[in-house]
Ligand binder design. Structure first.
Ligand SMILES: NC(=O)c1ccc[n+]([C@@H]2O[C@H](COP(=O)([O-])OP(=O)(O)OC[C@H]3O[C@@H](n4cnc5c(N)ncnc54)[C@H](OP(=O)(O)O)[C@@H]3O)[C@@H](O)[C@H]2O)c1
Length: 270
């Protein structure tokens, strides 16, 4: 696969996790405007009705030239058969096969904050909480990648991953032990994918973005200094919209100005 191939304007199969709201919904909508006719989008999250809203928004934005399939799935319970079956079903429902697409894109966007209990790392002792957290934020991502690229396995075609990461993957923050660790793990997993395979990978840190998650940051962050920093960021109007971060992401992907597997932050690029 040549990295010189155009990222956009290709007949694309794109899977977006966490497409029911926030950054994931905007990614699904904005990416759908950039791909060729007869592309297929597979949207995953738990909320069926919210996924349907994203689907309607894509249909309106693309005037129906892109097919959208929704899949209600709880990524906290990693299930390789369910993931494969959702991908295969999306192909069947759109009367396509993997070989019909010139580009396959997997967007690992779904995630959770895990800071609500305001715990320091040395206070974490609930095994079910820990296991659930890493199942959603790390393990499901690995298993979904496996099933996706088992299906889109033609190495002559363009294959991509966009992983939504955070500054927290690089920098530790008090009371954010789980979140920081999961983002660091996701970044490294994706760097290894970039080394091992011909898949092009971007780890995109979107900056602070006004979503339900950011609301939770301002409600539940345990460390007072960190909480103050986020609250001030919001009060000073420095929190981005989903459209701002996704517009820049679309541009970074188009221009391919990143090293494969690199962590690129919203504020790193013009
Ligand atoms: N907002 C920020 O400031 C910010 C900054 C840096 C990085 N990020 C990252 O950006 C990504 C998106 O965040 P956001 O701010 O858009 O958050 P959000 O508004 O809370 O959206 C999270 C998405 O993930 C889905 N999700 C959550 N738990 C799930 C589960 N168990 N199974 C399937 N889907 C699940 C949600 O859908 P359902 O509830 O319908 O399942 C929703 O679509 C996350 O990876 C986050 O860490 C956000």
């Amino acid at each position: 696969m040549s990295l010189k191939m155009e990222y956009w304007n290709q007949k694309t199969f794109c899977l977006v996790t966490g497409a029911s709201r926030g950054i994931g919904r905007t990614i699904a909508i904005e990416f759908s405007k950039k791909v060729a006719n007869q592309s297929v989008f597979l949207l995953m999250a738990r909320s069926t009705s919210a996924l349907e809203e994203t689907k309607s928004a894509i249909s309106a934005a693309t005037e129906g030239r892109v097919s959208v399939i929704t899949s209600t799935i709880d990524l906290e319970k990693p299930d390789k058969d369910a993931y494969l079956s959702a991908i295969v079903s999306a192909l069947t429902q759109t009367n396509t096969t993997a070989s019909d697409f010139d580009h396959s894109i997997l967007v690992h966007n779904a995630g959770s904050l895990g800071v609500e209990k305001k715990l320091k790392v040395v206070e974490m002792e609930d095994l079910a909480d820990l296991s659930g957290y890493f199942s959603l934020n790390v393990i499901s991502m690995v298993i979904l990648s496996t099933q996706f690229f088992k299906t889109f396995n033609d190495t002559a075609k363009q294959r991509s991953i966009v992983q939504i990461t955070s500054l927290s993957g690089l920098q530790p923050f008090k009371t954010w032990g789980l979140y920081c660790t999961s983002k660091a793990a996701r970044d490294m997993l994706m760097k290894v994918v970039a080394l091992e395979s011909g898949i092009q990978v971007l780890n995109w840190a979107p900056g602070p973005v006004e979503t339900e998650m950011f609301d939770n940051v301002c409600k539940h962050t345990g460390d007072p200094d960190l909480l103050k920093a986020f609250t001030e960021c919001r009060e000073e109007g420095k929190v981005l919209t989903c459209e701002q971060t996704v517009t820049k992401l679309v541009k970074v992907l188009a221009e391919k100005k990143y090293v494969n597997g690199e962590h690129v932050d919203y504020f790193d690029v013009e």
